[in-house]
Design a protein around this ligand. Structure first.
Ligand code: TNX
Length: 759
C-alpha cells in the first residue's frame, strides 16, 4: 500500500513537471511527451540552408550558456533544420523525437526563434544536458515587438548596446527603437553638421538625485559621447543578424536643446544656451521656419542612409508652444497657411518630414502628440500617454504601436520596497506588465488590424549603467514578450512558475542582472477587530522568511524570532493609552539574500474604520482607507505607493473611534513635492460627533510648510467624541509661476493619527 502511494505521488510530480512549458514567450503550442534526448558535448547539426548568422548565434549561445559545441554534419545529425514555406511569417516547428530534433522554419527570423526556444528547453543535471521530448508549433501575434533605449540621457557603449540586442533576441523581440537625440545629448554623428556631436554630445554637469529634490545639486562633471556612423552601421548589422530592426529616433520639434546648443540659429530666439544637465521639458524647441526644416531633412537624409528600417521615428512629444507663440517666423507661417493655432503648426512641421520620408520610400512614426492639429497622411503613431492616442489613430486607419505608460514604462518602480534604486516615479510591477494587451478594448476587428504591436520604453534619466538598465528591463521584458508574442498567454501564476523554475536559472546563466523584486517580501495589511494583522508573501508561494520581530516603547524592548510563511499573521492591536510601541519586523529572504525591515507605529488609529469622500484617484489608491491607519507613514522620496493621492479641491475623511472617547486632536501627513504637481492643502477643518448625526462647530487650521512638523500637521480639538471628520481644502488651481500652473493640484495624504490627552 505504502509503495502504491509513493508511486502515485511520483507520477503526479512527473506529470506536473512535464506540463510546464519552459519557453518564454510561451509558444502557441507546447505538447510535452515522455522522455528526453540527451545532448552530447558536441552536437551534430544538419543546418540545411539556414543562414550563417543564425548558425553563429546558435553556436555562440549553446557554447556560452551550456558549454555545448555545435558541428555541421549531414549524416545522423541530432538536430536537423529545414525550411518550410508553408509556415506563417517568423514561424517554426520543433519536433523532439526519440533521438532526433527536427526543426522547420518559415524564414530567417523563424530559424532564430527556433534556436532561442531550443536554448530555453535545455535542462541540465548531474549527467549533463538534455531536452524534454515535445512538439512545439509557434508564430508571433504581432510584427512589432519592441524595446526602446534612450542613449541621450545616459550613453551606452557599442558593446553594451550589442549585449542589449543579444538579450532581446533571446526573448524574440524584433525592434530596437533607438532614441538617439534629446535635450541632454546628441548621440549620432552627422557629417554635414559636425557640431551636433562636437558640441551637442556633451553636457558640463548633471543633476544629482531626483528632479524634484530641492535645492537642486549638480555634479559639475562633463558627460557625453556619441556613435560614429561606422559604429551605427556595426550596430544595425549586429541587430539585423539577430532579426532585429533598429528604428532610429531623431526628436523634433521638442527635446532638442542639445542640437540647439550646437546650432542656435535653428531655434526661435537664436539665443546661445548650453546642453542642459537637468531632465524635463524645455521651452526652447526647433523653430518651424524653412531653414530648420531643411536642416532636419539633411539630418534625416544621412540617418536614412544608415538605417534600412521601414519606419523612421521623429519624436513629436512634449513640445511646448511657448516660443512659437512669440516667434515672428512661426507666426508668419501660421498666418500664411491660415492655421488656427500652434498645434496646426506642429502638424505642418511633421507633415514636412512625412513628405520627405515618403519620397525616400520610408514611413514616419511619432509619439501620440502628432495627432494634435491633425495627423499627417502616412504617419504611424506610438501611443504612450495611455491608449487613447492609439485608439484614435487606429480609427483613422493609421498604423499604431502601443506603449502606454500604464504597462510599458520600464523606468518606473517595480516594487514598493525601499530597496529599489532611485527611479523617475510611477509603479509598474511585473504582474501589471503581464496584463498588457496591445489591442485596446473597443476597437473593431478592422481597427485592431492597425495595431502593429507593442514595446516598452527605457528612458534613462535615472539609469546610468548597463547593470542598472538590465535591472529595470528584466524580468519585466519577459512579461512584455508574452504580451506581444502570444495569442493566448498562460495565467500569471503559470508564468511565475516558469519564471522561478526555468527562466531565473536561465537569466543567471546569461549573467543578467535581473531584478529580484518579485521575491522581495510584500506586506499585506488587514483590519482586525482591535487593530491590524500583517502577513508577508512573495512570488514563490511556499517561500519562508526568517523574521525578527522587535517591539519597543522607548523604555523596553522585546524581540522574538520566528520562521513565517504566507499563512502566518502578526497581530498589532491598538494600544492602551500610554503604552504605544514601535514594531520592527526584519525579514531575511534566503533567495534574495537580503534583509527587509518593515516598521509599524502602534498608533491609536490603527485599523479604525475610515470613510473617504471622494475616493482617492485610482492611480494612487493603494489599500484604500486602510492606508491611512496602517501604522506606516508615507515615505520620502515619494514613491507613489504609501500615500493616497487626490486630484480634487475638497476631500472629506471620517474616522470612527468605535466608542465615545476623550480626544485631544488629530495629526495628518501631507506631501509637498511640487515638481510632481503635488502641493500642500490650504487648510484642514475638523468636526466631531458623538452619534454621527449632530456635528460640532468646525475647528479650522491653515496648513503651510511653517505649520507642519516633519511633514505632519497637528490640529487640536479637545473633547468627547466618537466620529472625527476632516475636510481638506486645497488650492483650486496651481498659481502662475509654479510647476503645473493652471492645473488642479494633487494632494497626497498619509497616516491619520488620533491624539489622546496625556495621562
Ligand atoms: C516622457 S515618453 C517622455 C520622455 C521622458 C519620459 C520619462 C515620451 C514620449 N517623452 O522624454 O524621458 O517621459 O518617463
Amino acid at each position: 500500500m505504502k509503495r502504491m502511494i509513493f508511486l502515485v505521488l511520483l507520477m503526479l510530480t512527473l506529470h506536473a513537471q512535464a506540463q510546464i512549458c519552459p519557453v518564454i514567450p510561451t509558444p502557441a503550442l507546447y505538447q510535452p511527451e515522455e522522455g528526453t534526448i540527451r545532448l552530447a558535448k558536441v552536437l551534430p547539426v544538419n543546418w540545411g540552408e539556414t543562414a550563417s548568422e543564425v548558425r553563429d548565434f546558435a553556436a555562440t549561445h549553446f557554447s556560452g550558456i551550456y558549454g555545448i559545441g555545435l558541428k555541421e554534419q549531414q549524416q545522423s545529425p541530432v538536430i536537423v533544420f529545414k525550411v518550410d514555406a508553408q509556415l506563417k511569417a517568423e514561424g517554426y516547428t520543433i519536433r523532439c523525437g526519440q533521438n532526433e530534433i527536427l526543426v522547420s522554419y518559415a524564414d530567417e527570423p523563424g530559424a532564430l526563434h527556433a534556436v532561442t526556444s531550443l536554448l530555453q528547453m535545455v535542462e541540465t543535471d548531474g549527467e549533463g544536458a538534455c531536452i524534454r521530448r515535445a512538439l512545439v508549433q509557434d508564430a508571433p501575434r504581432f510584427s512589432w515587438r519592441g524595446l526602446h533605449l534612450d542613449v541621450a540621457r545616459h550613453f551606452f557603449s557599442v558593446e553594451e548596446v550589442k549585449r542589449f540586442i543579444d538579450l532581446m533576441a533571446l526573448y524574440k523581440f524584433n525592434v530596437l527603437h533607438w532614441h538617439l537625440t534629446d535635450d541632454q545629448g546628441w548621440r549620432i554623428e552627422i557629417k554635414k553638421y559636425p557640431d551636433l556631436t562636437r558640441i551637442g554630445a556633451y553636457r558640463d554637469s548633471t543633476v544629482i538625485g531626483h528632479y524634484s529634490d530641492q535645492p537642486r545639486k549638480y555634479d559639475h562633471i562633463r558627460y557625453g559621447d556619441f556613435y560614429t556612423q561606422d559604429q551605427v552601421k556595426e550596430i544595425v548589422k549586429y541587430a539585423a543578424d539577430r532579426s532585429i530592426t533598429v528604428v532610429p529616433e531623431i526628436e523634433m520639434p521638442g527635446h532638442s536643446r542639445a542640437a540647439l546648443a550646437a546650432y542656435p540659429v535653428f531655434s526661435c530666439t537664436g539665443k546661445q544656451q548650453e546642453v542642459p544637465g537637468l531632465w524635463g521639458i524645455f521651452d526652447d524647441i526647433y523653430c518651424a521656419k524653412d531653414e530648420t526644416i531643411h536642416f532636419l531633412q539633411d539630418i534625416l537624409e544621412e540617418v536614412i542612409s544608415l538605417f534600412p528600417s521601414e519606419y523612421i521615428h521623429v519624436g513629436g512629444d512634449e513640445a511646448p508652444k511657448t516660443r512659437w507663440k512669440e516667434c515672428p517666423d512661426c507666426q508668419r507661417i501660421i498666418q500664411e497657411q491660415g492655421f488656427a493655432d500652434e498645434h496646426e503648426l506642429q502638424s505642418y512641421f511633421i507633415r514636412k518630414m512625412d513628405a520627405f520620408l515618403a519620397a525616400k520610400g520610408r514611413k514616419l512614426i511619432g509619439w501620440d502628440e502628432i495627432l494634435e492639429g491633425g495627423l499627417s497622411p502616412n504617419a504611424a503613431v506610438m501611443s504612450w500617454r495611455g491608449e487613447e492616442g492609439g485608439i484614435e489613430a487606429a480609427r483613422q486607419h493609421h498604423q499604431v504601436v502601443m506603449t502606454p505608460t500604464t504597462y510599458c514604462y520600464f523606468d518606473y518602480y517595480q516594487s514598493r520596497h525601499s530597496a529599489e534604486p532611485l527611479a523617475i516615479g510611477g509603479y509598474l510591477p511585473l504582474e501589471k506588465v503581464y496584463r498588457f494587451n496591445p489591442v485596446p478594448e473597443g476597437l473593431s476587428a478592422e481597427e485592431a488590424g492597425f495595431i502593429l504591436g507593442g514595446q516598452a520604453n527605457l528612458w534613462t534619466e535615472y539609469i546610468a549603467s548597463m547593470k542598472h538598465l538590465e535591472y529595470m528591463v528584466y524580468p519585466r521584458a519577459l512579461a512584455l514578450a508574452q504580451s506581444v508574442w502570444c495569442t493566448e498567454k498562460p495565467s500569471y501564476t503559470d508564468f511565475l512558475e516558469t519564471f522561478v523554475t526555468v527562466q531565473e536559472p536561465f537569466l543567471q546563466r546569461n549573467k543578467v542582472n535581473y531584478a529580484r523584486s518579485v521575491h522581495f517580501p510584500q506586506v499585506k495589511t488587514e483590519r482586525t477587530e482591535d487593530g491590524i494583522a500583517l502577513s508577508f508573501y512573495e512570488a514563490s508561494p511556499d517561500a519562508l522568511f526568517d523574521a525578527d520581530i522587535a517591539v519597543s516603547n522607548g523604555l523596553h524592548k522585546t524581540s522574538l524570532h520566528r520562521v513565517i510563511g504566507k499563512e502566518d499573521r502578526i497581530f498589532i492591536p491598538r494600544p492602551e493609552e500610554g503604552t504605544e510601541s514601535d514594531y520592527s519586523i526584519a525579514l531575511y529572504s534566503a533567495r534574495v539574500q537580503d534583509t527587509f525591515v518593515f516598521r509599524v507605529a502602534q498608533t491609536h488609529s490603527l485599523g479604525l474604520p475610515v470613510s473617504i469622500e471622494p475616493a482617492p484617484h485610482p492611480k494612487y489608491n493603494h489599500n484604500g482607507s486602510l492606508n491611512l491607519v496602517d501604522g506606516t507613514f508615507g515615505r520620502l522620496p515619494w514613491k507613489g505607493a504609501d500615500w493616497l493621492g487626490f486630484n480634487e479641491p475638497d476631500i472629506g475623511i471620517t474616522v470612527d473611534l468605535t466608542e465615545v472617547k476623550k480626544m485631544q486632536g488629530v495629526r495628518i501627513g501631507f506631501l509637498d513635492s511640487n515638481g510632481s504637481w503635488i502641493y500642500l492643502p490650504e487648510s484642514v477643518e475638523i468636526q466631531t460627533s458623538v452619534d454621527g448625526t449632530r456635528w460640532s462647530e468646525p475647528v479650522m487650521a491653515s496648513v503651510s510648510r511653517n505649520t507642519m512638523q516633519d511633514g505632519r500637521q497637528t490640529v487640536y480639538c479637545p473633547g468627547e467624541t466618537r466620529f472625527v471628520q476632516l475636510r481638506i481644502h486645497t488650492m483650486e488651481r496651481i498659481p502662475e509661476g509654479l510647476d503645473g500652473a493652471g492645473n488642479t493640484p494633487w494632494t497626497f495624504i498619509d497616516e491619520v493619527e488620533i491624539l489622546y490627552p496625556d495621562l
